[in-house]
Design a protein around this ligand. Structure first.
Ligand SMILES: C[S@@+](CC[C@H](N)C(=O)[O-])C[C@H]1O[C@@H](n2cnc3c(N)ncnc32)[C@H](O)[C@@H]1O
Length: 213
């Protein structure tokens, strides 16, 4: 197995590195796009699956991938424990390929693993596979000259410029945009992150590529 992210070893044990509490943003997504028969969710960089499995428990049809084999093993096991089916597999945010449409696409703490040369293609893909009226939530760590690089930063992670994420969604309906600085204890040493988040909806006039589906 080629190790490209520290998470592969952090996810090895039976404990859940991120805990099992679903992310706070999920309730916001559920309100914006409530579950109903056949509503599909994609979690990009699902970690050990706590959010993907929670969304499946809410009634969505969930697809999730992560670069780590240990993360996917634990995602599948958590889904089994909770009695839900999800499609979870190892894949890379830089090269993944999916053609079917989704109602909710989200990716938290993962987009900084996109190589520069793949950014445009990634966001074109996201636009193509989001259903009209579908919702996207993405967050990314951004660089601030007054903040040090976090102690557990991976060699393949790359800080984004403040506001850069928002430029990829200029034609979408923005539901929420924010930039927040927060303290984090991951890796055992207290440090700060700055994070940009966008929650946005794909409007009908931007959805021509999906109407034939
Ligand atoms: C900060 S964690 C976030 C995990 C999860 N989304 C959450 O919020 O709990 C970043 C995740 O990105 C995954 N990752 C790293 N490089 C990746 C890549 N190239 N493609 C897909 N996932 C990747 C890591 O394995 C890790 O699970």
């Amino acid at each position: 197995m080629s190790i490209r992210t520290n998470y592969e070893k952090w996810y090895e044990g039976e404990d859940y590195y991120w805990g099992l509490e679903p992310g706070r943003f999920l309730e916001e997504l559920i309100k914006l796009c409530p579950p109903s028969e056949g509503k599909k969710v994609l979690d990009i960089g699902c970690g050990e699956g706590k959010d993907a499995v929670y969304m499946a428990q809410q009634g969505y049809d969930v697809t999730a991938f992560d670069l780590t084999e240990n993360g996917i093993r634990k995602t599948i096991s958590l889904a089994k424990d909770r009695g839900v089916n999800i499609r979870a597999y190892v894949d890379d945010i830089n090269t993944f390929s999916l053609d079917e449409p989704f109602d909710i696409i989200y990716s938290t703490g993962t987009v900084q693993y996109l190589f520069d040369e793949n950014k445009n293609r990634f966001f074109e893909k996201i636009s193509k596979i989001t259903r009209p009226d579908g919702v996207v939530l993405i967050n990314v760590f951004v660089e601030k000259p007054f903040l040090e690089l976090p102690p557990d930063w991976d060699k393949e992670e790359k800080m984004w410029r403040s506001g850069e994420l928002f430029t990829y969604f200029a034609d979408w309906k923005v539901e929420r945009i924010d930039e927040v600085i927060f303290e984090d204890m991951s890796g055992g040493i207290p440090h700060y992150h700055c994070m940009d988040t966008i929650v946005c909806r794909k409007m009908q006039q931007d959805a021509d590529d999906m109407t034939s589906r």
